[in-house]
Design a binder for this molecule. Structure first.
Ligand code: HGY
Ligand code: MN
Ligand code: MN
Length: 406
């Protein structure tokens, strides 16, 4: 009988964690290093302790639950993801991978397995990057892509500092990030896109992940009276920003596999009868092809230069820039084999979203397993994956982690 994970307990924990860190309006907002995040972390650590795992926290707050079975030696097989969320989030993004990693270890313990290697489940800090940029921060630091001190010094959108917030919530750990070097890393995650559902697949074996470019842009014009200022005499920063948004949208629609998003925007002085003097907004560009991503960035730069020619001031701040990542073909193949062995339909695919796996791939063989998202919806409370798909994915994670830890 092929061992299986405890489905009821995994589903129950997903709901319990999903109920933790909701704001007064009932929205799930476990923003990294917030009180809500602390509550989620505390709950996860309780479950890790109940499973008898050794809990180790590093300076950037990455939580490691380590299982060192008798006789196991060498670097651990790591299963991870994140439990911080975006604003008004769904309950599966990140949490599903962390809780499934724990379920896999518990299933191995339950089955009396004696893996040759230790196993660990990791919840990386600040994967979403909502308050502190860049995103995937905890795994980036663990992979040596960003110094821990630099990350801890990052000032958030609310003026707080990540290091002080981690101290405040009690998750500024003692270990140097990267103190654990994974033998291999596997991340189970919801697809957050429409492909698996639309094509009738139960699983995705993720072989690559697209490049990401985040910038903060501030355009300066001239405040003036909304009623008395003729259209020909205006330097309206709001309209200039709107032109950038439209330009980026059209550019992405004309560039293969490109996406472009302006997720935040603000005007100064932000009054109904004042022409905006300043417009500040964020730009998220992505493409699986590095050269095309560079061309999107170059086209944006040229457009902003034209606005400067027209008399606007333009400043840009780089918030994140990650190149596309290719995952480990052997692990991808083992995901496909595990799916075939369980008679589950599986297809290879690219990840549109950023994930901790793209960072850990810098220091260890890594790959991802996707399960379908209903309607392709994510970063939205309507995010949903059917229980049968959740359990199937967790069992594939079990099979892959077991084969990697033999
Ligand atoms: O931005 C992303 O793709 C991820 O959800 N942090
Ligand atoms: Mn995620
Ligand atoms: Mn996310």
């Amino acid at each position: 009988m092929t061992p299986m994970i405890d489905a009821a307990r995994l589903l129950s924990r997903l709901q319990q964690l999903g109920a933790t860190g909701r704001d007064e309006a009932g929205r799930l907002c476990r923003i990294a290093a917030s009180d809500a995040d602390r509550d989620g972390r505390d709950l996860l650590c309780r479950w890790l302790a109940e499973a008898g795992l050794r809990i180790e926290i590093d300076r950037i707050g990455n939580i490691h639950g380590i299982w060192q079975p008798d006789g196991a030696t060498g670097d651990p097989v790591v299963m991870g993801s994140h439990i911080d969320t975006v604003i008004d989030a769904g309950i599966y993004d990140g949490c599903y991978g962390v809780l499934s990693g724990l379920a896999v270890i518990e299933a191995m313990q339950q089955a009396g397995l004696r893996p040759a290697r230790p196993l660990a489940v990791v919840a990386y800090t600040n994967e979403e990057g909502v308050r502190y940029a860049p995103d995937m921060m905890g795994s980036l630091v663990a992979a040596g892509g960003l110094a821990a001190d630099a990350a801890l010094a990052v000032i958030g959108t609310d003026g707080t500092t990540l290091g002080a917030e981690l101290e405040r919530i009690g998750y500024a750990g003692p270990h140097e990030p990267g103190f654990i070097k994974p033998h291999a890393y596997v991340e189970l995650h919801i697809e957050q896109g429409p492909i698996l559902e639309a094509e009738g697949y139960a699983l995705g074996a993720v072989e690559n992940l697209q490049g990401i470019s985040w910038q903060q842009v501030t355009i300066g014009g001239s405040a003036n009276h909304a009623g008395t200022t003729p259209m020909t005499l205006r330097r309206d920063a709001g309209v200039a920003a709107a032109r950038v948004l439209t330009f980026l949208d059209q550019l992405a629609r004309q560039t293969p596999h490109a996406v472009a998003t302006v997720g935040t925007i603000g005007f100064e002085p932000n009054a109904i009868n004042v022409i905006p003097s300043t417009a500040s907004f964020t730009i998220d560009l992505r493409n699986p092809d590095e050269e095309r991503l560079k061309s999107q960035e170059a086209a944006l730069g040229e457009f902003l230069a034209e606005l400067e020619e027209e008399g606007f001031s333009v400043t840009t701040e780089r918030l994140a820039r990650f190149q596309p990542v290719i995952f480990d073909p052997r692990i991808v193949a083992s995901i496909e084999k595990a799916a075939a062995d369980r008679q589950l339909r599986c297809r290879r695919m690219t990840s549109g979203a950023g994930h901790d796996a793209q960072m850990i791939a810098r220091i260890a063989p890594a790959a991802m397993i996707f399960v379908p998202s209903r309607g392709g919806i994510s970063h939205n409370p309507a995010e949903f994956t059917a229980d049968s798909d959740l359990i199937a994915g967790a069992n594939i994670l079990f099979d892959v982690a077991r084969s990697l830890s033999q």
